[in-house]
Design a protein around this ligand. Structure first.
Ligand SMILES: [Zn+2]
Length: 571
């Protein structure tokens, strides 16, 4: 048994996330956590809301709420929706909680002790009418690159370029709209990433053999461009206060750490929260001097987060010169697009997580977003493909098999697993085929190749259907009921096995299917021994057909959803 620490990228606090966030972080991390638990490993699956920074303050202001009250409310909303999707975090923390504050301040002190922090005087945009500096998104203006008139201080949404607030032309305050803007001097802490260039490259070299191409490519691109020193404080009040020796740092009383500095530290902070709430030992997962040496640490995220996790966060951790656990496997995803374009809240285009659950149960989304994950390249979601894939995979292949064999067992074998008879050539061949498919499925789940893992799971469902069609127990029953009993027993074991391999991806359906053959919950992840895995159910075990497992998605539903959420016109 091994130990797996799994983290999914922290969702930002400002509102419910769209399906792209689910597909590129929370869901694949959950599938892996469930798979590793099913294998019998010890798993700690951690996530948290990322709550600091200007977007939280601005969203709170727009909602007419105090920023803390806003974050309290949004955290609960995000947690409940994720749980409704079956995301099985062991802990869902908050970057605004005390453990992250303590750890962030601790890392800054450790980095400063090692000569990696420097105070510098910056020029920042200051609003005379608001009486304050305007960091990041508090200022908007005209993009110097593309002339877009509503570029934000940190990024232009039109051309995508990263900006500094002082880059903007004709800047105005987002708070008051005032154009009475000056550039003033302000002191900030800088993290001297440039001094860590060689150290980070060595670390990436030592780890990246296990990383997928997407992750490795982004990490080396940033290393090749050269690490630049980065301001890690902001002129804001909402965030982690800047301290020195336990007191507010002189000159930094009105400043906090930049959200990008404290957010990844919350992976550790959330683990401390988990330990405080459950009596667990967080150092056993994070400190090499606390027993974390045999932990395999897996991070899952969208590609926009990779640089922060392969370069920036490692600078913080390694620069502390303390024995912290660093990431082993870093799985990144491309974008899930909506038809040809992006998800857009303002254009009402695309489905958000809460809306998705109004339309269909979570397993439909979980299956589709895993089987068609934006893995090798950006992937376009379309209702048409969603409908066709789900109807085929879930309704026709899995649902139909379970229903067919259980109904037949109820009508011909009194709803019990038949005993007697011996396996014949068809079963022998099935054992070999299932064994090979199980070995493949295990390998793909272990490699976090999600599309291939789903294909391997579907292959097992298809093999079951082919076997049942060929063995035709309904025909055999008339002339050779013992032979029919062997086929039905094998078929019921296939039902059990189908639930076992489906469980990481569609846990709700897997549990329903497992109950239909008399189990309390979905079985553990199977071995690659086809014969053993198809001989698990005891003769005489009571079974019963479940209610309809998967309803087919009809054309009129697709038409209605296209109308409601926008569809083809986005392409
Ligand atoms: Zn621009």
């Amino acid at each position: 048994m091994a130990r797996f620490l799994i983290t999914s990228a922290l969702p930002y606090i400002n509102g419910v996330k769209h399906l792209g966030n689910l597909a590129g972080s929370m869901l694949p991390a959950d599938v892996h956590a469930r798979f590793r638990r099913g294998q019998g490993h010890e798993v700690l699956f951690i996530c948290a809301t990322d709550e600091h920074g200007t977007p939280a303050e601005l969203a709170a202001a727009e909602a007419g709420q105090d920023v803390r009250a806003y974050c309290d409310e949004q955290h609960v909303i995000q947690k409940q929706i994720a749980e409704a999707f079956g995301i099985s975090w062991d802990w869902f923390g908050r970057s605004s909680n005390p453990p992250n504050h303590r750890l962030t301040q601790h890392f800054c002190e450790a980095l400063e002790k090692n000569g990696l922090i420097e105070e510098r005087v910056d020029q920042m945009v200051y609003s005379v009418d608001d009486g304050r500096f305007l960091p990041d998104r508090y200022v908007e203006g005209t993009c110097p690159h593309c002339a877009y008139p509503k570029a934000r201080g940190d990024q232009c949404d039109n051309c995508g370029r990263l900006l500094d607030p002082t880059d903007l032309k004709d800047p105005y305050s987002v708070i008051s709209g005032s154009r009475n803007i000056e550039v003033r001097d302000t002191r900030h802490l800088y993290l001297l990433q440039s001094r860590m260039q060689d150290r980070i490259r060595q670390w990436v070299d030592s780890k990246s053999a296990d990383w997928p191409n997407l992750t490795r490519g982004i990490a080396y691109k940033f290393l090749d461009e050269g690490l630049i020193d980065r301001g890690i404080t902001r002129d804001l009040s909402w965030g982690v206060p800047v301290v020195k020796d336990g007191f507010p740092r002189p000159g930094f009383e009105d400043k906090v750490f930049y959200v990008w500095f404290d957010a990844p530290i919350e992976y550790i902070g959330a683990t401390v929260e988990w330990a405080e709430a459950t009596g667990g030992d967080w150092e056993r997962w994070w400190r090499l001097d606390g027993g974390a040496g045999d932990v395999r640490y897996v991070q899952v995220m969208g590609k926009d987060n990779v640089a922060f996790h392969t370069v920036s966060f490692p600078v913080t951790i390694l620069g502390s010169e303390e024995p912290w656990k660093t990431v082993d496997d870093l799985k990144a995803f491309n974008w899930l697009n909506w038809y040809g374009g992006k998800f857009s809240t303002s254009m009402k285009r695309g489905v958000f997580m809460d809306q998705a659950l109004e339309l269909l149960p979570p397993d439909y989304w979980r299956w589709h977003l895993t089987a068609y994950a934006p893995e090798g390249s950006d992937t376009a979601f379309t209702w048409e493909q969603f409908q066709s894939a789900l109807n085929k995979d879930l309704a026709d292949v899995l649902g139909n098999f379970v229903n067919r064999i259980l109904k037949f067992t109820e009508s011909r074998f009194e709803g019990r697993v038949p005993g007697g008879g011996e396996a014949g050539p068809l079963e022998t061949r099935l054992y070999a085929e299932i064994g090979a498919a199980l070995a493949d499925a295990t390998a793909q789940f272990e490699a976090m190749e999600y599309r291939k893992a789903a294909q391997a799971v579907r292959r097992i469902w298809v093999l079951g259907n082919e076997y049942l069609t060929e063995a035709a127990p309904w025909t055999a029953f008339k002339t050779d009921p013992v032979r029919a009993g062997v086929v039905v027993r094998t078929g019921l074991n296939l039902v059990r096995l189908m639930a076992a391999v489906a469980a990481p991806i569609i846990p709700f359906a897997a549990e329903t299917i497992a109950r239909s053959v008399g189990l309390d919950a979905a079985p553990a992840w199977p071995s690659a021994d086809g014969e053993a895995e198809l001989s698990r159910l005891a003769a005489g075990q009571a079974v019963s057909a479940p209610e309809v497992l998967f309803r087919k998605i009809e054309d009129d539903q697709v038409a209605e959803w296209t109308e409601r959420f926008g569809g083809a016109e986005a392409a």
